[in-house]
Design a protein. Structure first.
Length: 394
């Protein structure tokens, strides 16, 4: 059974007050050949660099062993027996929550010492059937973990938390015992009730911000929230370059009008072809929001019209350094990155015509640059952001 929905994976974090690095680590990977998504949130003991090393080691091992289909208790045993032991406290310590979404859509969750993950079915809490896993070998014999398996439905969310969320506000009048997992669950459910399609990125951000607020804007621990959101894919079509054969111009225009999602046209010639075939006007903008690039244009029914190669190269550069804390500008490339980040399934149609009329020897190079840049963008989006990508040459 193939799953018929997209899984948006995103996380937000705040470091312990005064630390430049988080002691919590969140990793995710798309095992494309198996159509599997694996995510891990680990919280290293303490905070700062030492905690980050413990959490990085733990999450990397968890990801790799899960990928190899090892049994949950074996994964836990190897991780916990591998971590270095603190010379003072005589314990090696990093928590972990592993979520493995299999090819058929089943979610397997294994947790050790993180707050129990929250599962929302729409805006209602859903309790999977949790089972205890007791380790029986090595120096960690007797330690208890929990695991569950279930089939997520469309509009489900799996919310992973570190202690920094559940224990935020601890000792305050409002939350003497901390914000606590069940109250976080109520808050998350209320946010989904108010905005049914709130993204994983936005929901995680609101939870982390609220925990930070309860800590009086001085995080007492690393605060992390990661979310997997199962939903209909949000689609984006990016067309760049004229088709190789002019007879395909009509087809390109038809693909644009028939597309069920947002559409970006990158390139003056591409936009001219679509405008001509659909009998629409292009209106040029004269405001330069980005000094490096020509301004965007406007066409009825198209979400964004920009220049071609230079803009795509800038998109590639922006994506290389992009993360959740980057603030995008108003330029054409920034707008493309913003639209990409708001989409799940991105389809590229790359035209392969060399414009003979220009008699310009650099144009074949141009074409090669276009293909290469699109490939680079596609790779970043697949590997780092787990987007569904298709590239088609026309």
């Amino acid at each position: 059974m193939e799953r018929d929905f997209f899984i948006e994976v995103n996380s937000q974090q705040r470091n312990h007050q005064g630390e430049r690095i988080s002691g919590d680590v969140f990793l995710s990977v798309n095992v494309r050949e198996e159509n599997r998504i694996i995510t891990v949130l680990s919280d290293g003991m303490g905070h700062g660099v030492k905690a980050n090393i413990l959490a990085t080691l733990t999450s990397t091992m968890a990801l790799n062993f899960t990928r190899e289909h090892k049994e949950p208790d074996r994964i836990a045993e190897i991780i916990m027996n591998t971590l270095p032991v603190c010379s003072v406290r005589k314990i090696s310590y990093a928590t972990f929550s592993i979520v493995d979404i299999e090819t058929d859509g089943r979610a397997n969750i294994l947790e050790y010492d993180n707050p129990k993950c929250i599962v929302l079915r729409g805006n209602q809490p859903f309790e999977p059937d949790w089972k205890d896993v007791i380790l029986d070998k090595g120096r960690n014999a007797g330690k208890k973990l929990r695991k569950c398996s279930f089939y997520p439905a469309k509009e489900d969310r799996i919310i992973l938390l570190s202690d920094g969320v559940a224990q935020s506000g601890m000792g305050s009048n409002e939350w003497p015992l901390g914000w606590e997992r069940d109250t976080v669950q109520q808050y998350a459910a209320s946010l989904v009730s108010n905005e049914a399609s709130i993204s994983a990125h936005a929901l995680a951000g609101k939870i982390v911000t609220m925990a930070y607020k309860y800590d009086n804007y001085e995080a007492k621990d690393d605060i992390s929230c990661a979310i997997l959101y199962f939903r209909e894919p949000r689609k984006l079509l990016i067309c760049s370059g004229p088709p190789y054969d002019e007879e395909k111009d009509k087809e390109l225009a038809a693909r644009v009008t028939g597309y069920n999602g947002k559409v970006i046209l990158c390139g003056g010639t591409t936009a001219d072809i679509v405008a001509r075939e659909l009998n629409r006007k292009i209106v040029d903008e004269l405001i330069f929001e980005d000094p490096d690039l020509p301004p965007e244009s406007f066409m009825e029914g198209i979400d964004l019209v920009t220049e071609g190669i230079l803009t795509l190269q800038k998109v590639n550069e922006l994506l290389k350094g992009y993360n959740n804390s980057v603030k995008l500008g108003k330029g054409p490339a920034d707008k493309i990155v913003k639209m990409i980040m708001e989409s799940d399934e991105i389809n590229f149609i790359v035209g392969t015509r060399i414009n003979v009329a220009h008699q310009d020897p650099t144009l074949p190079v141009d074409l090669e640059i276009r293909r290469t840049v699109v490939k680079r963008i596609a790779r970043i989006l697949e590997d780092k952001w787990l987007k569904l990508i298709s590239v088609e040459y026309i």
